[in-house]
Design a binder for this molecule. Sequence first.
Ligand SMILES: O=c1ccn([C@@H]2O[C@H](COP(=O)(O)O)[C@@H](O)[C@H]2O)c(=O)[nH]1
Length: 270
Amino acid sequence: MTTGFRDTVLASATDRPSFCVGIDPSTALLQAWGLPDDAGGALDFARALLAASEGLVPVVKPQVAYFERFGADGFAALTRVLAEARDRGLKVIADAKRGDIGTSCEAYAAAWFGPRAPMRADALTVAPYLGVGSLVPVFEAAAADGAYVFVVARSSNPEGERLQQAGAGPVWRDVLDAIAEWEAGAGTPRTVGAVVGATAPGDLRQAVAALPEALFLAPGIGAQGASAGDLAAEGLSTPNILLSSSRAIARLGPDRGALRAGIEEALAGL
Ligand SMILES: O=c1ccn([C@@H]2O[C@H](COP(=O)(O)O)[C@@H](O)[C@H]2O)c(=O)[nH]1
């Protein structure tokens, strides 16, 4: 039996955050790498990052939007990336930010989780604006598949603050409370964690204290200005914090040695 997503992440480090390489084949990066801005270029870009990541990090995170922009060809490329990551022993977070009413969430769950899923992933990001309860079909499908779900609570971008910090709760804390309730009541807990940006280290510290068993996907390292030092200053040095970095790594490519050196340098700084 293969190890589940959560256990793989927690086993990847001891006294530091864990780390994942983002795969964001944007027009700008494909151009910088001398690749065509199409699904084939996105696949070559992703393959280079998979090769560079193998054996160094436990997880990669393709941003689905950069594949989706190429339509059916893009989804075919992403499907290959998922399979090839698995062949290289890498777990994959599909960063898709899905969310809808419960019945439609069942369909999203069928797309990403379970042996019959066309784009079977090890973890998925979801957006809770329709209510954390509406995401339960995704949680259940992930639990049955040894997979994991990251609910966006406190995103890394400045535009998120107005909505997420609203109310006495505030809203992002309420999202964490709803996750805690589901985990407490679920037959198969330890399936749901949250996205909390590394750009908000104080809030990340609160989130880890509120949900100590959960994993936290923390984007924002590098291109968005957050650093490992910001997290260390908040005492955030446990592997349940999964830092992710996309552009800051990819900008070092396409040379495999340069990419690996960049990943190793990022790991050394944690
Ligand atoms: O709060 C969030 C949630 C997701 N993201 C995604 O992570 C990467 C960040 O890319 P960088 O180049 O490392 O800045 C990107 O795919 C975002 O869509 C996020 O940034 N913040």
